[in-house]
Design a protein around this ligand. Structure first.
Ligand SMILES: [Zn+2]
Length: 143
């Protein structure tokens, strides 16, 4: 395994994320200074939510990249954190900051999908219903 090449890939991706985060924070400032009318509030709340999630994902990747770089330094790179198995070279080439072998990550993904689904349900619940539905919802609540 060519650790130097992997290290290069990691650093490149790291730089890419850092500059995209920088742009995202600039966009945030623009958004705050912009004047919004109330009709746009819902849409912009939603896009902010999506944007926030993207940022979270980037930050997570950034964290994983730093972790991988540290592992290269101390010679534990490419070993599954969960079961200690050696992670396949192809897998590392595809996602150099991967922490788990295929088996363990499949288990993790099942948990993640489940968590994500309940988050989406929560998001759905905070979207205000349209006026007609709102009336209906009120009636249901009083029953
Ligand atoms: Zn494993």
């Amino acid at each position: 395994m060519d650790l130097e090449r992997i290290k290069e890939k990691l650093l490149e991706k790291r730089q890419q994320i850092l500059s995209s985060l920088e742009e995202a924070s600039k966009a945030d400032i623009n958004e705050k200074t912009g004047v919004e009318d109330s009709a746009d509030t819902v849409t912009s709340e939603l896009s902010r939510e999506t944007h926030y999630r993207l940022t979270q994902a980037d930050l997570e990747t950034l964290y994983l990249i730093d972790l991988a770089l540290r592992k290269i330094e101390n010679g534990t790179y490419g070993i599954c954190e969960e079961c200690g198995a050696v992670i396949g070279e192809k897998r590392l080439e595809a996602i150099p900051w991967v922490r788990l072998c295929i088996d363990c990550s499949q288990n993790e993904e099942i948990v993640r999908t489940f968590q994500q689904r309940s988050e989406e349900e929560m998001l759905y619940n905070i979207i205000p219903p349209t006026i007609g539905e709102e009336e209906e919802a009120k009636n249901q609540q009083t029953e």
